[in-house]
Design a protein around this ligand. Sequence first.
Ligand SMILES: [Zn+2]
Length: 406
Amino acid sequence: MNEIGRSVQKAKISLLLKEAFFGNLLMHLEIKPDKNIPSFATNGKCIKYSPAYAQQLTRSETAGVLAHEVMHCVFKHHIERGGRDHKLWNDAGDYCINPILINSGLHLPGKPLLDSRFANMTTIQIYNILYAENPPSDGGNQDQSQDQSQDQSQDQSQDQSQDQSQDQSQDQSQENVPTSCGEVNDSPRLSKTDSQEACEQESNIWNQRIIQAAINAKMAGRLPASLDRLITGLLAPKVSWKEILWQFVQEIAQDDYSFIRPNRKYISEGVFLPSLYSESILDIVVAIDTSGSISQDNLNQAASEISEIQNSIDATVHVVYVDAEFKGAQEFNPGDEIKLEAKGGGGTDFIPAFEWVEKKQLDIACMIYLTDGYCSSFPEQEPEYPVLWITNRKHWKTPFGEIVNF
Ligand SMILES: [Zn+2]
């Protein structure tokens, strides 16, 4: 092993001794040099480093970059990119993990991507913002070639990150180009044929590792409180779909902040929360895929949630039943009892629900789509309103909207 290799190993050992959580997880990743990459890169299996880049780093910076790569894996960035743009996905991932690393006392070289407006957002949420602000010229479907190193050597921003520590003044002239000390690439487990199952397997493997690393770090008294909370959240992503539905609808209502009504629960307790109530009424569409796999139990739960939503924001809820085609609709105004009468049963197509909204010329605040997720017929154009997919299919990907599991 040469000198650079030894200094990377020393950084790894220092992480093991001082930052047990990161150090433990690092033990699952083989570290090896690769002259063809600009900085560091992981795919959940190994960490490669550019000797030229690593040479410029202090030991604490190297430890920081190794921890950065570990965090990409903790957040499953190597599994969950889907068809998203590789560069923007990396940026979004960095915005997500860098604050955690800095808060844990680690040092990152250069100018790590940090932006307080992304605080507490998921990588996908950050990605969607970055994408909206600066859509990639190729439409965002840039796929990774097998030979990462070729892509990377052409990537201006990564070249720049390599130059950055050598020449800060040059960096100033290209301030809008983000830097990356450590990349994340897709897991080699993700084959095109079997990626759903491979995603779950890889995710489970990392969850086990994360649990073990957290236990070890806690025993060593080296698990920062912020990381402790984060890991609990990561390992229990079972935030109920109801909570996400609520958050989703409330965010929409807050966009038009006048829609929030005084909360009746609080009024009955004699507390009147200030509110900006408008006479306008929101239109919300709940589309239900009646092709078969949505159970009556799911429907009943959905009905009760819809009533609750109507009680807290003024909304007219249009329930649309769709299998392979439009099968019927019901309209519920504030105060109506919600009784879902599902119609349909064969095949699935998502397009009819969106067409229905268009045909009705409804200016809706959002669409909530309950589906088993076994269909890939989506509208070509992303609608202007937000969409929340509630599905029992794990690791499902849609071309737009947010996804939450039943
Ligand atoms: Zn990164």
